[in-house]
Design a protein around this ligand. Structure first.
Ligand SMILES: [Zn+2]
Ligand SMILES: [Zn+2]
Ligand SMILES: [Zn+2]
Length: 284
């Protein structure tokens, strides 16, 4: 079989790809791909590539991968590489793999490298997802903080609002409730002043983060917002903090795109109206 045999080549080229039945493709796909590559029949080659990708099995994965590489079929190469790497434990047991180890160490190395990189990619994606989750949580905490300090929630409200007003839990109550507990702690903690309380430090960071993303120049109701802003004007922020702020801002933009803003009062989950509402005013 070679390109230097014109009669065979032209005869093969005359076979339209749709002449192959599914059954023939299943039985002879590997040979047809080799022939269509050698005799330059792109339509048939394309069909074989697609057909073989759908017929990948533990037994034929190594052969198909080798052929895809020989026949310059990148789609099939990638698909069989992915198939092979996600079924590697079983493929490793096949005759095809043992043959490959003995006869094509370069391809073996290529496969092992691909699997290594795939594992790294997975780890990176997991890490990225974890980080993104953290920024989304912070962004939600920022929404809740603003809402508590302007509208008030079940147990904490702004200092200039009626404290006996009974409220329903809001739509982000899980976060809101945690934040209200933290605020209550922050307002009364004795260890806050000497900086030894971790919970107070956390609240402090949240207030600082709010000030960093707050775009209300004058009438913001969140405690310490103005003080933090003034401080930043004089001293600036470090790069690490700026990068955190950027990430929270983009997570916030992302969540506002994916979740249409609903009125918080629309989704009451449980009645906590018997709770006392405290005012969020920082002790001096
Ligand atoms: Zn709330
Ligand atoms: Zn504390
Ligand atoms: Zn503010």
């Amino acid at each position: 079989m070679s390109t230097s045999s014109p009669p065979a080549a032209s005869a093969f080229r005359c076979i339209p790809p749709f002449w192959c039945t599914e059954e023939q493709m299943e039985r002879h796909g590997i040979h047809l791909l080799a022939l269509s590559h050698v005799y330059l029949v792109p339509q048939l080659k394309q069909r074989c590539t697609k057909g073989l990708a759908e017929q990948l099995t533990i037994e034929n994965a190594v052969d198909v991968l080798q052929l895809a590489r020989l026949c310059d079929a990148p789609d099939l190469y990638l698909k069989s590489m992915k198939f092979l790497s996600s079924n590697f434990k079983k493929v490793e047991e096949t005759e095809g793999w043992k043959f490959l180890q003995d006869h094509d160490p370069f391809l073996e190395l290529e496969i092992l490298q691909f699997m290594d990189e795939a594992e790294l990619r997975k780890k990176r994606t997991r890490r990225h997802r974890k980080e993104l989750n953290l920024y989304l949580q912070l962004s939600e905490a920022m929404d809740c903080l603003e809402h508590i300090c302007t509208e008030g929630c079940t147990s904490v409200g702004p200092h200039n609002k009626e404290s006996s007003h009974k409220r329903q839990p809001c739509s982000k109550f899980e976060t809101c409730q945690g934040l209200q507990l933290l605020i209550c702690h922050f307002a009364t903690c004795k260890k806050r002043a000497n900086g030894s309380c971790l919970r107070c430090k956390r609240m402090w960071q949240l207030l600082r983060l709010h000030a960093s993303i707050c775009d209300q120049p004058e009438d913001c109701r969140v405690p310490l917002c103005r003080q933090f802003k003034v401080k930043v004007q004089h001293r600036g922020d470090d790069e690490l903090w700026k990068s955190l702020v950027r990430k929270v801002v983009s997570a916030r933009a992302m969540s506002s795109l994916s979740l249409p803003k609903r009125k918080r009062e629309e989704e009451p989950r449980m009645d906590l109206s018997h709770h006392r509402v405290i005012n969020f005013m920082l002790p001096a």
